[in-house]
Write a protein that binds this ligand. Structure first.
Ligand code: AMP
Length: 287
C-alpha cells in the first residue's frame, strides 16, 4: 500500500505540487468531482492514469451549479471515504478546497456557454451550466493539467466543457470516459443513494427506455414517434415526471429526428425526490 493520499486545500499548495511534478518532467491529469465517490468516478482515475504520470482528483460540491430548490445542502459529503477510495485507485493528490477558497469575497466572474448549454438540462436547471463552466474553468486554470477527464454520463456537461475549453484556448486536453453501470443498467451516480428500495427497483427502466428508443431508431422510426412513447413508458413504470427524453446530434446537440448521423439519446426523469439523468449513443449502420 502506498503512503496516505495527500490532501491540499489551497490553490497555492495545488500549484506548488503540480510544479514539483512538472520540474521532474512528469505529466498531470485532473479528475474533477463533487465527491461521494463510486466506481464510476474511480474509472475516471484509471483513465487519467492511462494519460498522465500523476493524477489529481478534486472534490468540491460547487454551490453555484445548484439551483435554489436543489439538493446542495443534502448532497452527500464523505471526504475520508473518498480519500481512501482515491488512494486505492492510484490517485496521487486530492484537491479539496473550501467554498471561500474557490469564491473569495468580491468574486464576480461567470463563464456562460451558448448553444450546447441551452436546452435539455440547461432549460430545466437555469444557471447550472454557468456554474459548471465557471468552476471547471477555475479548476483547469488552477491545476493546469495536461488532460482533464470527465464522464460521458453527463454528456451535455462534457459538450459544454469541450466548447469553452476550445473557445477560451485553455491548453488542457478534455478526455471523455464511458458510463459505468450497475448490472441492471442503472448508471452509477452519487444521487442513487437518495432512492428508496422501491424507487431503486424502478430506476433501471431509464436505461431500458433509452435502449428502446435506440432500437426504434435503428429500425427506421423517428424520434418524434419514439420519444413520447418512451416518456409514457417511464411514467407507467413509476417515474413521477420526465424532464426530457430527446434525440440529439452527438456533437452539436442539435435536435435530430432520424438516425442519419451519430446521435445521443438523453433523458432526465424524477423518481420521488431523486432526479436521474442518463444517455446513450447510437450510430447509423455503415452502408
Ligand atoms: P460528479 O461528482 O457527479 O459531479 O461527477 C464527477 C465526474 O464523474 C463527472 O465527469 C461525471 O460525468 C463522472 N461520472 C459520474 N457518474 C459516472 C459514471 N457512472 N460513469 C462514469 N463517469 C461518471
Amino acid at each position: 500500500m502506498t503512503a496516505e493520499l495527500d490532501i491540499v486545500r489551497s490553490v497555492a499548495e495545488l500549484r506548488a505540487r503540480v510544479k514539483y511534478w512538472r520540474d521532474q518532467g512528469l505529466t498531470i491529469a485532473l479528475v474533477p468531482t463533487m465527491g461521494a465517490l463510486h466506481q464510476g468516478h474511480l474509472s475516471l482515475v484509471t483513465k487519467a492514469l492511462e494519460h498522465a504520470d500523476r493524477v489529481v482528483a478534486s472534490v468540491f460540491v460547487n454551490p453555484t451549479q445548484f439551483g435554489p430548490n436543489e439538493d446542495f445542502s443534502r448532497y452527500p459529503r464523505q471526504e475520508e471515504r473518498d480519500a481512501a477510495l482515491l488512494e486505492g485507485a492510484g490517485c496521487h493528490l486530492l484537491f479539496a478546497p473550501t467554498v471561500t477558497e474557490m469564491y473569495p469575497d468580491g468574486f464576480a466572474t461567470t463563464v456562460t456557454v451558448a448553444g450546447v448549454a441551452d436546452g435539455l438540462c440547461g432549460t430545466v436547471r437555469p444557471g447550472h451550466f454557468a456554474g459548471v463552466a465557471t468552476v471547471v474553468t477555475k479548476l483547469l486554470l488552477q491545476a493546469l493539467p495536461d488532460v482533464a477527464v470527465f464522464g460521458e454520463k453527463d454528456w451535455q456537461q462534457l459538450a459544454v466543457i469541450r466548447r469553452f475549453a476550445r473557445d477560451l484556448d485553455i491548453p488542457v486536453g478534455i478526455v471523455g470516459a464511458p458510463t459505468l453501470r450497475e448490472a441492471d443498467g442503472l448508471a452509477l451516480s452519487s444521487r442513487n443513494a437518495y432512492m428508496t428500495p422501491e424507487e431503486r427497483a424502478i430506476a433501471p427502466w431509464l436505461k431500458r427506455g433509452l435502449d428502446g428508443v435506440a432500437d426504434g431508431l435503428r429500425a427506421g422510426a423517428s424520434a418524434a414517434d419514439l420519444c413520447p412513447k418512451a416518456i409514457d413508458g417511464l411514467l407507467k413504470a413509476g417515474f413521477a415526471s420526465v424532464d426530457y427524453l430527446e434525440v440529439r446530434d452527438a456533437e452539436t446537440l442539435a435536435p435530430v429526428d432520424k438516425l442519419d448521423r451519430p446521435v445521443r439519446i438523453l433523458v432526465a426523469a424524477r423518481l420521488g425526490k431523486t432526479r436521474l439523468i442518463d444517455n446513450i449513443g447510437v450510430v447509423p449502420a455503415s452502408r
